[in-house]
Write a protein that binds this ligand. Structure first.
Ligand SMILES: C[S@@+](CC[C@H](N)C(=O)[O-])C[C@H]1O[C@@H](n2cnc3c(N)ncnc32)[C@H](O)[C@@H]1O
Length: 319
C-alpha cells in the first residue's frame, strides 16, 4: 500500500478549523461547514445514522448499486483507478470492486483520518491484489494524484449524495476541478438523492432515536475539545428543516436561551431561538442534475433511479 506523499495529509489542521469556526460564528446567520461534522466520533455516528430506519438514502443507494453493478462494471476500463470522494467506511465501494475486478487501484479521499485508516485496513484484507493509494484530505481543496495513478484510466466515485452537502457554486467548482483531476477519458459516478415528500425527508434527518441529533451536537463537543470553547451542549437542540426555495434539507442547532460562548479569547452571543446552521443536503431532479452537470463540464451518459424513496446514480463523462 502506498501513501501519497504529495497529498495534503496534515493531521494538525486546527488553525484552519479555528479560523473557519470564528468566521462562521461571526456571520449574521451563524454557520459551519459540514465537513467538520466528521471527526472520529462524527464518522462513527454517521455510520449509526445509516442504520436508522428513517435514513433511507444509504439502504436505497446500496440496493440500487447492487442492482446496477454489472452496468457500472461495463463503464470501467481494464486496469482503471477508482477514485472515491468522501469515502467514509467504503461500504458501497465493495459493491463496485466485486463487480469490476478489472479495477487495479483504489484511491479513497477522506477528511476523517480514522474513517480512512479503518476502511483501508478492512478493504486491504478483502482485496489483497488491489493497490491502495489513500489520501487524507479535503476534496474541495487542491488535489493532486501521484504519477502512478495519473497513468491509469480514472473512474471517479462520489456516492452518498455527499455532493448535495455542497452549495450550488461549490458543486460546480468541485465538478470542474474533478474534470481536470480525472482527465478527458474519465467517468464519474455520482449518487444523488432525489426530491421527495417532505415528511420522509424530515424523518430522515431527525430520527426518533436521536442519533442525528447526537451527530449534530457532536460538532459543539468537537469545538470545545479541539479549540477550547465552552459551548453548553445541552443548551442547543437539533432541528431539521426543509428549505423549499433552495430545495434542500438543513440541519441547525438552535439556542434554547440567550447565552454567550467563548472561543479563542472571543465571545459570541446567541439569542434564544437563534440557530447555528451546520449542514445542507440538496435534493435533485433529473433536470436539475443534468443542468448542474452541463454547467460544470460534464454530461450524463447513463442514469439509474431507484423506486421511491428515489435515489439516483448518474454516470458522467467530460462534455
Ligand atoms: C454523507 S457521508 C458519505 C459516506 C460514504 N461515501 C457513503 O456513501 O456512505 C460523507 C463523507 O464524506 C466525508 N467528507 C465530507 N466532507 C469532506 C471533504 N470536504 N473532503 C473529504 N471528505 C469529506 C465525510 O467524512 C464522510 O465520510
Amino acid at each position: 500500500m502506498a501513501r501519497d506523499a504529495a497529498a495534503a495529509d496534515e493531521r494538525d489542521d486546527s488553525p484552519q478549523f479555528l479560523a473557519d469556526v470564528v468566521a462562521g460564528l461571526s456571520s449574521p446567520q451563524k454557520t459551519l461547514s459540514p465537513k467538520y461534522l466528521y471527526d472520529a466520533r462524527g464518522s462513527a455516528l454517521f455510520e449509526e445514522i445509516c442504520r436508522t430506519p428513517e435514513y433511507y438514502p444509504t439502504r436505497t443507494e446500496t440496493a440500487l448499486l447492487r442492482e446496477i453493478a454489472a452496468d457500472l462494471s461495463a463503464l470501467i476500463p481494464k486496469g482503471a483507478a477508482l477514485i472515491e470522494f468522501g469515502s467514509g467506511a467504503s461500504d458501497k465501494t465493495a459493491i463496485v470492486l466485486d463487480a469490476a475486478p478489472q479495477i487495479s487501484t483504489y484511491v479513497p479521499i477522506e477528511i476523517s483520518h480514522d474513517a480512512l485508516d479503518q476502511a483501508v485496513a478492512r478493504l486491504a484484507q478483502r482485496y489483497p491484489s488491489l493497490d491502495f493509494v489513500p489520501i487524507a484530505g479535503d476534496f474541495t481543496g487542491e488535489l493532486r494524484l501521484p504519477e502512478s495513478v495519473r497513468a491509469k484510466s480514472a473512474v471517479g466515485f462520489f456516492p452518498g449524495s455527499t455532493i448535495g452537502n455542497l452549495d450550488p457554486a461549490e458543486m460546480q467548482q468541485f465538478l470542474l476541478r474533478t474534470r481536470v483531476l480525472l482527465g478527458e477519458d474519465s467517468v464519474l459516478l455520482v449518487g444523488a438523492d432525489m426530491l421527495k415528500d417532505v415528511p420522509t425527508l424530515l424523518a430522515a434527518y431527525d430520527d426518533a432515536a436521536g442519533v442525528t441529533a447526537g451527530f449534530n451536537r457532536n460538532l459543539l463537543e468537537r469545538i470545545n475539545r479541539e479549540l477550547g470553547a465552552d459551548f453548553d451542549i445541552q443548551a442547543f437542540r437539533h432541528e431539521a428543516r426543509w428549505n423549499a426555495g433552495l430545495q434542500r434539507m438543513e440541519m441547525h442547532l438552535v439556542s434554547l436561551h440567550d447565552q454567550h460562548v467563548t472561543l479563542g479569547g472571543m465571545r459570541f452571543s446567541f439569542s434564544q431561538g437563534e440557530s447555528l446552521h451546520t449542514e445542507n443536503s440538496h435534493k435533485f431532479s433529473t433536470d436539475s442534475f443534468d443542468a448542474l452537470a452541463a454547467r460544470s463540464g460534464w454530461q450524463i451518459v447513463q442514469q439509474w433511479i431507484s423506486p421511491a424513496p428515489q435515489f439516483a446514480m448518474f454516470a458522467l463523462v467530460p462534455a
